[in-house]
Design a protein around this ligand. Sequence first.
Ligand SMILES: [Fe+2]
Length: 373
Amino acid sequence: MSNLLERERAFQAQKDRFVTRALELLGYPSLGHVPDVRQRKPVALLPVLIGDYRKMTEQELDQLARAYSGELGIAHFLILNPDDQSDSRHPLLALANQLSDRLPLKYPVDHPMEGHPEAVSRFGSADGTLKIYDLETKDGSNGYREQAETSEMFDAHNDGLGYAGAVEAFMLYADSVPLAGGYTYFQNVVLLSLLLAREDPEAFESLFLPDAITALRPRGKGAIRVSTPVLFLNEQENPQAFLRLPTGEYQISWRKGNSALDRAAKLLNSHAEPFSPGSSFIHMDRKGAGCISRNHWVVHGRTPFIDGAQPSDHRVLARKWFMCAPQHAHYKHVPGMHIHHDYASLFPERFGPELLDGDWHYDPETNENVRKS
Ligand SMILES: [Fe+2]
């Protein structure tokens, strides 16, 4: 099958399996049962209170699992005894252990920046989590920083650009909190897309184009360009979404010349704004607050915040990523995407095995991703 148009049509045919599986996972008998979240006001989520993070009750575990698997795809918690000692290296990891038979939290990945000398000098020895904080607050330097390392707005995205979509879930936990601001907001892109499937099938189908969206991080350690469908069936035959809004160093472009895709982009982008209809948000305003996010389905962003003069008034989040399969629980930095073999095999030049492994970097000189190792 050499003709590009034919290949794209065959690739987009995954949309039917996507719908069937998404409905099944959400528990809706048909597309007609999908709630119109565009009519819903944003939801300020209340946390599941966790009395003792070292020994969670069945009820606490169930509430978190239900929230994660529900329409919003996000479980918010507040640990009431964050300072009590335990055998775990971090309370977040204690939660993940106790939830791992109910939620996809079995395969944590160690991020290369965990235990980074700067983080260790500020927060002590590595505890198995990545620290996310405003790097500027210490010395006022204006050196290059990732967007997560600022106190600025960080628009909606899925975590893990460069990991080929393997980050299925992530957890955040407030080690300390800022003086003000720093709301984290969420939108379930898979649920939203099912409305398109019902009302504008052509726009829905366009989201399965193999190069529907391109995210470019042009510089720094994480320089990479990733072109991917916005919706696809992943290696585990589950629906998955990839969406980003331009923010900080990230440049986002959509495939041009397709009015159906323009309509789809408009709907998704507008609903990925903070506090948009159908979204949810949390405020991690106390040590021990945190969340578990369904990263394959849900995009998230963060509003700006203000740190105080004292380190105890700085926003420091502990983060952990959890991968969708044990073979993906390692560092990689690649331009491809883990798409179901039936469809990935139609575009080996985009989603073949060599594009899913190793350490690649985008080279602005040649405008190409280059494999380094
Ligand atoms: Fe993020």
